[in-house]
Design a protein around this ligand. Structure first.
Ligand SMILES: C[S@@+](CC[C@H](N)C(=O)[O-])C[C@H]1O[C@@H](n2cnc3c(N)ncnc32)[C@H](O)[C@@H]1O
Length: 226
């Protein structure tokens, strides 16, 4: 009685886990651990990494022998990834484009990765890209999302001081960038037809900067069943 439940099952196949995790991110170069853990469930088809940045996930999958498509708006990251792909003779197609304008091919992908990107888009853009992501997944294709939770805002002194430009979206003049923070049911609502394989909403330790940070992150894995 009165005890907080750490797991709640609201609808069939929908599990939400609250976690204060021991996960420590030490460098910006490793792939996301959850993707490594779920590797056996990923079929052998092509992989798409949305906003691949330095390519930590895209390069990991390409080195494993997957055909990898990736896209980023940054000329610098595109150039660097192209160099790495050439040096290591990897099967990668690297596009310079801005999401959500990049057109995702339909029913192509065994895996679509959206790690640390959705929070940088505005809500209508997120909705547009979510539709494209769903169409882009092949049967049994998996979507991986890593993003920030609205819980992070509640625990931050700085963020609530910023201008809120739409619900849970704040504009940082310092970075000239908006940041959207996701509620717990937002990703499941954006992908209602995907079966949730993994969902975590909790704090982890980020040691990629001099001073450790404790972001409240959401990680989501959903699978297209048909
Ligand atoms: C925080 S980094 C994450 C990079 C990578 N996904 C990762 O997990 O390490 C955000 C990346 O998104 C890219 N980016 C930001 N807005 C974008 C947009 N609208 N379209 C494409 N790429 C974008 C940036 O250039 C940057 O490489």
């Amino acid at each position: 009685m009165g005890m907080e439940r750490s797991v709640s099952v609201t609808v069939e196949n929908r599990l939400w886990f609250n976690a204060y995790r021991e996960v420590v991110t030490e460098t910006d170069n490793e792939p996301d651990w959850t993707l490594m853990e779920y590797l056996p469930l990923i079929s052998s088809g092509p992989v798409l990494d949305l906003a691949m940045g330095n390519g930590r996930n895209a390069l990991f999958f390409a080195k494993l022998g997957f055909e990898v498509d990736c896209v980023d708006v940054s000329k610098t990251w595109v150039k660097k990834c192209r160099e790495r792909a050439k040096e290591e003779n990897l099967n990668m197609h690297i596009y310079e484009a801005r999401l959500p304008a990049f057109e995702i091919p339909q029913r192509r992908y065994a895996l679509i990765i959206a790690s640390k990107i959705l929070q940088l888009l505005r809500v209508p853009e997120i909705q547009a890209i979510a539709e494209q992501i769903y169409s882009g997944l092949a049967k049994r294709g998996i979507l991986y999302v890593r993003t920030f939770s609205v819980e992070h805002v509640k625990r931050s002194e700085k963020i609530p001081q910023l201008e809120q430009v739409e619900p849970n979206t704040y504009y940082s003049p310092e970075h000239q960038q908006t940041y959207h923070y996701f509620t717990r049911d937002e990703l499941p609502s954006l992908f209602p037809k995907l079966k949730i394989l993994y969902y975590i909403d909790g704090i982890e330790v980020d040691r990629t900067r001099k001073k450790p940070r404790y972001p409240w992150v959401i990680e989501y894995l959903g699978q297209r069943m048909r």
